[in-house]
Design a protein around this ligand. Structure first.
Ligand code: UDP
Length: 357
C-alpha cells in the first residue's frame, strides 16, 4: 500500500485536491493522509469546500496563517517536517503555488521523501510574485511534475528538466475536472438578486491588493464598468476587503462575501463576462464559455490569450472598461483538449500507481 501525504492550505487547493482525493479513493493500493496547514481558515474560505466537495476531514490540521511570507513558510516547514517523520509517507503531494506548497515540498525533499507537484511548470516570468517563487522552487525539488498544459511542459524543458531524473508529465488540469464534475451542483447564492448579463469579478492577488496605486486604479476601473457596461458582482476576498478599507477606497459594485464552489459555478454559468486577477477563475471562465478580462500584466494561462478569449489589461482603468465593453456577452467555444478534458485526476492517480511499481 502506497501512503501519500497530501498538503493543502488555500482555497484553490481544496478544489484541486477534491477531485484527486476522489480518484485516489476509487483506486486500490493508495492510502491518502490529508494535512491542512491552516493558511486559509475562514469558514467561507475553507470549511465550505470540505462540506460541498466531499473532501475528507483533514487527518492533520495545523493552524498556521498570517505573518510575513518567511515567518509563515518557516513555521509550516518545521511542523510539516515533524508530521512527515511521524507519518512516514512514501510520497508527499502538493498543489499549485502557495506557501503551503513550498513548505510541504521542502520539508519532504530534505527528508528524502519524493514529491509530486500538481500544477507544475506554470510560469508568469514575474519574480515579484510570491507565487512564482513558490512554483519554481517546488518544481526544482519534485520528482513527479504533473503539468496541466503543453506550455507548462515547455517551460520545464526550457529550464533543463529533460536532463534531470524527474518525470515531467502532461496530465491536464484538475480544475477542469472539478468544473465539469460540480457544474451540475450549481446553486444561486442565497439572497443575491442579479440582473441578466452581470459581470462576475474576483480580485485578490498580492501584486494588486498590496500596491495602493494598482488597487485604486482597479477599484476605479470596476466602478466604471459597473456604471457604464453592466452590473458587477464581486465576491470579496478577505485580503482585498482589508486592503480596500486600509486605503480608504470606495467600491460601487455589488460586493458579497466569498462564496462556496457551488455558488461560484452558478455565477460563472450565468454571468456575461469574467473580470479577474485569479489564476483559476481565468480558466473557469473558459470552461463555462465566457470571455475573460484579466487584471494582471502576465498570465500563466497563455493559451487563452493566444486563443483570443482572455485579454490582459493590467491595472489600467481605461483598458479595464474598454475590454469589458468589447467582450461582454461573447460566447467562447471550449476547446476541451487545451486542458485535458476532465481526465487529469485519473491520469495523476495512474501515474502515482506506476511510480510506486
Ligand atoms: N472561488 C470560490 N469562491 C469565491 C471565489 C473563488 O469558490 O468566492 C473559487 C474559484 O472558482 C476557483 C478558485 O476559488 O476555483 C480560485 O481560487 P483563487 O482565485 O483564490 O486562487 P488562484 O486560482 O488565483 O490561485
Amino acid at each position: 500500500m502506497q501512503r501519500i501525504l497530501t498538503i493543502i492550505g488555500a482555497r484553490p487547493q481544496f478544489i484541486k485536491a477534491s477531485v484527486v482525493s476522489r480518484a485516489i479513493k476509487q483506486t486500490s493500493g493508495i492510502e491518502e493522509v490529508l494535512l491542512h496547514t491552516g493558511q486559509h481558515f475562514d469558514a467561507n474560505m475553507s470549511a465550505v469546500f470540505f462540506d460541498q466537495l466531499g473532501i475528507p476531514r483533514p487527518d492533520i490540521q495545523l493552524d498556521i496563517h498570517g505573518g510575513s511570507h518567511g515567518a509563515m513558510t518557516g513555521r509550516m516547514l518545521a511542523e510539516i517536517e515533524q508530521v512527515i517523520i511521524d507519518q512516514k509517507p512514501d510520497r508527499v503531494m502538493v498543489y499549485g503555488d502557495t506557501n503551503s506548497t513550498l513548505a510541504g515540498a521542502l520539508a519532504a525533499a530534505k527528508l528524502h521523501v519524493p514529491v509530486a507537484h500538481v500544477e507544475a511548470g506554470l510560469r508568469s516570468f514575474n519574480m515579484a510574485m510570491p507565487e512564482e517563487i513558490n512554483r519554481i522552487l517546488t518544481d526544482q525539488i519534485s520528482d513527479l511534475l504533473f503539468c496541466p498544459t503543453a506550455t507548462a511542459v515547455r517551460n520545464l524543458e526550457n529550464e533543463g528538466f529533460a536532463h534531470k531524473p524527474a518525470q515531467v508529465l502532461q496530465v491536464g488540469d484538475v480544475m477542469q475536472d472539478a468544473a465539469l464534475f460540480f457544474a451540475r451542483r450549481a446553486e444561486a447564492p442565497v439572497g443575491l438578486d442579479v440582473p441578466d448579463a452581470f459581470i462576475l469579478a474576483t480580485l485578490h492577488r498580492a501584486e494588486n491588493t498590496d500596491d495602493p496605486q494598482r488597487l485604486a486604479a482597479i477599484v476605479e476601473g470596476l466602478n466604471r464598468v459597473h456604471r457604464q457596461v453592466a452590473p458587477v458582482v464581486l465576491p470579496l476576498h478577505p485580503r482585498t476587503r482589508a486592503a480596500i478599507e486600509r486605503n480608504g477606497l470606495k467600491l460601487e459594485v455589488t460586493t458579497i462575501d466569498p462564496v462556496g464552489y457551488f455558488e461560484m459555478v452558478w455565477l460563472l454559468d450565468h454571468c456575461g463576462l469574467v473580470l479577474t486577477d485569479s489564476g483559476g477563475v481565468q480558466k473557469e471562465a473558459f470552461f463555462f464559455g465566457k470571455a475573460c478580462v484579466t487584471m494582471r500584466d502576465q498570465t500563466e494561462w497563455v493559451e487563452l490569450v493566444e486563443a483570443g478569449v482572455n485579454e490582459l489589461v493590467g491595472a489600467d482603468q481605461e483598458k479595464i472598461a474598454a475590454a469589458a465593453e468589447r467582450h461582454i456577452g461573447r460566447k467562447v467555444k471550449d476547446n476541451a483538449h487545451l486542458y485535458g478534458g476532465g481526465q487529469a485526476a485519473q491520469r495523476i492517480v495512474d501515474e502515482l500507481v506506476k511510480a510506486d511499481l
